[in-house]
Design a protein around this ligand. Sequence first.
Ligand SMILES: [Zn+2]
Length: 148
Amino acid sequence: MKIMKIGFAIVAIASLFYGSALRARVQPSNTPVERVAHMQREYAAVNETYFNGSLPENIIITYEKDPDGDVDAMGSTSCDGDICVINIVPSWNPAETTMDETLIHEMVHVSFRHPKDENEKIENATHGPAFQKRMKELADEGAFNGIW
Ligand SMILES: [Zn+2]
């Protein structure tokens, strides 16, 4: 009995310590429908915290095979005007953490959807220096804490 109490105390203390080091995570998800709902909540939270709410709220998130048939794509983003679709490919994102990491990657693409010049258009398509810089900034700001 005493061992169980000590064990519980250790778990409780560890949870407090670990929990305080991480940003608030949304509830775990399992089915495809739950995973889309999870990513919608994650998108809203990351948009608010790390993009100052600048990304569109009316995002469409799907969780299925790559729409263009690209077997190497972990995710994709396509925008038509202000409507963007983010697709996360289940076979490459079986874990919730992988899914969240890919989602944030795609959110950076969304943030570049209205490029001011041709160079930024290229960045959007090719993961060039501006894209890498933004990903590193997000990492420094803690967007990937608990994910990687
Ligand atoms: Zn990309």
